[in-house]
Design a protein around this ligand. Structure first.
Ligand code: CU
Length: 187
């Protein structure tokens, strides 16, 4: 015997509600800026002398507004943002070579602009040993306050801003569940 229509409808609505809830969780995720732990903490601390940061950087794509988190033993390492020349030579003795310095052992560095960033550890020998990181930051979605640079490729996929995209998706879900509800009350 088939259950009365109202009961199967309620079951369908419950499924829809669950679906909407899960979709909502998924939609919230890409809106904000991403945080990347440098080296992914593959070693006790992500920022150290035993990691290939060229490989690490290649497996990630960075957008303006994203944040790099440097985790390391404070007494053993530090983080210097430097020029490309200083990054290549590991020599920061020149005027203007150092753009910023960090040394807390847990440094959050915001990649505010769509450009290349270069970081090294300034403890003698560490940069030469490979403790250096170069990242290319692409233009992020509007809202980060960063104008898109014409010399850099803009963000792929949709041209709609993230916030607008999720708004449209939310609207579609609301319409979907409303029409389901109508079907139920009609039957
Ligand atoms: Cu170091």
């Amino acid at each position: 015997m088939a259950p009365p229509p109202s009961q199967s409808c309620r079951r369908r609505l419950q499924l829809m509600a669950a679906f909407v809830f899960v979709s909502g969780l998924l939609l919230i995720q890409p809106a904000g800026a991403a945080e990347y732990v440098v080296g992914d903490g593959s070693t006790p601390n992500g920022w150290d002398t035993g990691t290939n940061y060229a490989s690490w950087a290649q497996t990630h794509s960075f957008a303006a507004g994203d944040v790099l988190v440097f985790e390391y033993v404070k007494s053993q390492h530090n983080v210097y943002e430097v020029t490309e020349a200083a990054y290549r030579s590991c020599d920061v003795s020149g005027a203007g070579d150092v753009l910023a310095t960090y040394g807390t052992g847990y440094d959050k560095v915001r990649l505010a602009e769509a450009r290349a960033y270069w970081f090294i550890c300034q403890i003698p020998g560490h940069c030469m040993g490979g403790m250096k990181l170069a990242v290319n930051v692409s233009a992020g979605p509007p809202g980060g306050g960063v104008p898109a640079s014409p010399s850099l490729p803009s963000a792929p996929s949709s041209s709609a801003p993230g916030g607008c995209r999720s708004l449209v998706a939310w609207g579609a879900l609301v319409v979907l569940i409303a029409s389901f509800g109508q079907l139920c009350w009609a039957s």
